[in-house]
Structures are given as structure tokens and as C-alpha cells.
Design a protein around this ligand. Structure first.
Ligand code: GLY
Ligand code: MN
Length: 453
């Protein structure tokens, strides 16, 4: 892997070619639970991590014309008792290739004309707003020089460099191992929580963390289910959406769905194969120049066609997609950017996910599409089609009326043992096509049965 300081230098030089104002990026602060030393896990801002390379709390970097300045306080002498000897800011500066290292208070005299991006924690973005004398709120569209900086950083972070890819591959490999461990643990597990523990145990053993709160549930129809108390019953499908994050913050995001009993019922397998067909068709289409929005529509089409073949939907698949009938069962987008964050750069709203000039559709079948850009080599995206029976959608009176003759409700009732299925992999766009970074994790129904028995 390239040396850290060299990678960071290259990133700064690329940034210098894109903007000519100084950029100041804050890492974020540590939030305490009840007393100062009992704190929530710290996660540095991803924009900071991209240029500073280390998860340093309460630090800021200033980048101008390719030069890096580090602002952070040295550890208090008393902290050695509780935390051991910590490196000084000068030692850290050397590690990351900073030219100057100063106490945080000195940042105040280096703010003029600087652009920034708000950190996620309120203490930090409030401080940023006060120091720079303008409101800086996460998820709000940036303005002026901050917008210029955001666009410059997006253009860099969209296309992963060699160091980023090395980290992303490590996160992917550990995530694959975690999913295999989850499948192996299932026959003896009584609760979702036990499978989650087996999966996260692998991630922790590799000294990584999860890149988002794990979803390990027999209620996959709750898209971001974060409860783990349900018992595992023989007829259930277990949906596990679990991803590792390296120490430097690079993420993986993978979903598999497997039968608790080790064998899919015939109805579960029928739907599984529809979702898998969408997953495989989308991955096969990924290459430079392809529109990610078209990949989403391809998934919608394959799912609609599969559901017609199973007698659940009635009509022609193209017409069904145009009337958003697929979204009754696949209500989210086909995926998103992946990098230092699981939904990479979504702290900037849709600025990264949507090509300039495009905005989100308000259509039911397109509104949750998080990425709408042509693909380029070096981009990493997820492909994650699914099928869900969400009561809030399928029992909605207006939905029932609108799709009364489109859905064969009688036939659908025969698939009651399929609450939620999702199959998700991490796909790198290459010069010639794509590479699935998580390909070592099988996805066919038979392979999944073999692993979970
Ligand atoms: N892994 C959760 C998501 O993609 O939203
Ligand atoms: Mn995902």
C-alpha cells in the first residue's frame, strides 16, 4: 500500500488544482455520555480523514496550495495516566506530512478567506459557524466558496485512488468473513442478536468497526431494522446487512438473506431468484459511461418481470415500471456511493450523488434513488435490489385501490413467508467493466443454503 504521507500529499496537490482558496476541515469533537471521560465512540469527519488520514479528535487541518497545517492541542499531562503516552502534534504532523503543527487556538488567526464543510456534530459545526461568521449546517446546500470546496472534494472522493482501494478491499474482505460467520452461527442461534454478535465479532477481531448500525433481522421488511431481539424460527429468512469499516474509516456494505432452517421454502426461493436475477443483471451492466439511474431501472424491470412470471404482478413489465408497480415491493434505490462513508458524501445532500443539474424525482419508484450519475472508473457503488412486503405500503387503502388489478393479491398471499430479501454487493467501476469487491461471498440460493447448514 502507498505510504500515508505520500497519498495525502497527492490528494492535497489534486485539491490545489481544483480550488485556489484555503480549505479548513475540522475532525469533530468527542461527545460524552455522562462524565467527560465516558464518551461515545469517536468518528472523525470523512472529509478530514480523506486529507489527514488519521482519526484525530478535536483537530483541524488547513490546506492551501498543496500545503498542510495541523491545528490540535497536545495531550494534557494528566491524560497519560488514563490513556497512556500519546503522540505530540509534532509527531502526528510528521506522520501525515504537515508542514506546521500549532495549538487549536491559533487557528483563529488563519481563517481569512477559507472555505469549509460542516462537521456532523453540533458542537463542531456551531464552532465552525462562529469562527467563520456564517451558518454552516450539515445536510444544507453549501454556498459560495464552501460550495466550490465541496465540489472539488466530491470530484476527488468520487474516484478512489490506490490507497483508498487498498482500504476498501480490506473492509470488503472482513465483511465477507463476517457474513460467512453469521451463516455458520445461525443453526445454533436462538436470537437475531446471536447472529449479529457472530458477525460483529469477526469485524472486531480484525480491529475494525461497523460502518453503520448492523441490520440482522427476521423482519427484513423493516428496511433499517435495528432490533435484534426476535427469536429465529425455522421458516424465517434472516436478512443481514452488515459492513466493516477500517481504522482509517473506509467502508464496506453487504447484505445477504438466508433461511434460518438452512433451506429456502419454494416460495422463498422463487422470490430470492427474482432478486438475484436483478442483482446479477445490474452488476453485468456496470461499466464506464453507463448511467446509474439506468441500472436502477434495469433492476426495476427485472423484478417486475420476475413477479409477472410468478403471477404476483399482471401486465407488461415496462408498463408496470412506468406505473411504479415494482416499487410496491422494491421501494428503495438500487444503491449508492461507497467510500469513507457507507452512503458516501451524503452529508452534502445530493451534491455528490446527483450529477449537476439533476434533482431527485418525486415518483414513488425513483424518489429514493441516491445516485444519479454516469459511472466512471474508480467509482465504488453498491448494488442492492430487494423484495419486501411492507405492511405500510401493501395495506395502504390508496395503494390497494390504485393497484387493485395490477397485483394478484390472492397469489401474493401465497408468499407470506417472504417478508424481506435483499442481496447487496460492492462494485468497483473499472476501465473495462467492473470488479465486485465482495465477490468472495456467494450469492446463489444453493450456495447460501450450503453455507448456512
Ligand atoms: N446498508 C444500509 C444502506 O445501504 O442503507
Ligand atoms: Mn447499502
Amino acid at each position: 500500500m502507498p505510504n500515508l504521507s505520500h497519498t495525502l500529499q497527492q490528494r492535497r496537490q489534486k485539491l490545489a488544482k481544483l480550488i485556489d482558496v484555503p480549505a479548513i476541515l475540522w475532525s469533530g469533537s468527542i461527545n460524552s455520555r455522562n462524565f467527560p471521560a465516558n464518551h461515545f465512540p469517536f468518528r472523525a469527519s470523512s472529509h478530514f480523514l480523506y486529507f489527514a488520514g488519521l482519526p484525530l479528535p478535536n483537530a483541524a487541518i488547513r490546506i492551501e496550495a498543496g500545503k498542510l497545517q495541523l491545528f490540535m492541542d497536545d495531550p494534557h499531562p494528566s491524560s497519560a495516566l488514563w490513556h497512556g503516552e500519546m503522540p505530540t502534534r509534532h509527531q502526528i504532523a510528521q506522520q501525515i506530512g504537515a508542514d506546521i503543527a500549532k495549538p487549536l487556538a491559533e487557528l483563529e488567526s488563519h481563517l481569512e478567506g477559507a472555505a469549509t464543510i460542516p462537521a456532523q456534530d453540533a458542537a463542531t459545526w456551531t464552532q465552525q459557524s462562529q469562527l467563520l461568521n456564517r451558518w454552516l449546517l450539515p445536510q444544507q446546500p453549501p454556498q459560495g466558496i464552501d460550495l466550490e470546496l465541496a465540489k472539488a472534494i466530491i470530484s476527488l472522493r468520487l474516484i478512489h485512488d490506490e490507497s483508498a482501494l487498498a482500504e476498501l478491499r480490506q473492509a470488503a474482505a472482513v465483511t465477507v468473513a463476517a457474513h460467512k460467520a453469521g451463516m455458520v452461527a445461525t443453526p445454533k442461534a436462538k436470537l437475531e442478536a446471536e447472529v449479529r454478535a457472530a458477525m460483529e465479532g469477526v469485524i472486531m477481531s480484525d480491529n475494525m468497526t461497523t460502518s453503520y448500525n448492523s441490520i440482522v433481522t427476521v423482519h427484513g421488511e423493516v428496511l433499517h431494522n435495528e432490533q435484534y431481539h426476535h427469536p429465529l424460527q425455522p421458516g424465517d429468512l434472516l436478512l443481514a446487512d452488515v459492513g466493516a469499516e477500517t481504522e482509517m474509516g473506509w467502508a464496506a456494505d453487504v447484505t445477504r438473506t438466508w433461511p434460518v432452517s438452512g433451506k429456502f421454502s419454494s416460495t422463498q426461493r422463487d422470490i430470492y431468484d427474482v432478486v438475484l436475477a436483478a442483482h446479477d443483471a445490474c452488476i453485468a451492466k456496470i461499466c464506464p459511461g453507463v448511467e446509474y439511474g439506468d441500472i436502477h431501472l434495469l433492476a426495476a424491470m427485472v423484478i417486475a418481470e420476475g413477479l409477472v412470471n410468478l403471477g404476483i404482478l399482471q401486465g407488461n413489465s415496462q408498463d408496470l415500471v412506468e406505473m411504479d408497480a415494482h416499487a410496491l415491493f422494491f421501494p428503495h434505490g438500487i444503491g449508492h456511493l461507497l467510500g469513507l462513508d457507507v452512503h458516501d458524501m451524503e452529508d452534502l445532500g445530493d451534491l455528490a450523488g446527483y450529477e449537476e443539474g439533476r434533482i431527485r424525482s418525486d415518483r414513488f419508484g425513483l424518489g429514493y434513488l441516491r445516485l444519479n450519475r454516469p459511472l466512471h472508473p474508480g467509482m465504488l457503488v453498491t448494488i442492492e435490489p430487494g423484495f419486501y412486503q411492507v405492511p405500510a405500503i401493501l395495506n395502504n387503502r390508496e395503494v390497494r385501490e390504485k393497484y387493485e388489478n395490477i397485483v394478484n393479491w390472492q397469489r401474493l398471499s401465497q408468499f407470506a413467508d417472504v417478508r424481506g430479501i435483499r442481496i447487496e454487493d460492492d462494485v468497483l467501476v473499472t476501465e473495462v467493466g467492473s470488479e465486485v469487491l465482495t465477490a468472495a461471498l456467494p450469492s446463489t440460493a444453493s450456495e447460501i443454503e450450503d453455507l448456512s447448514n
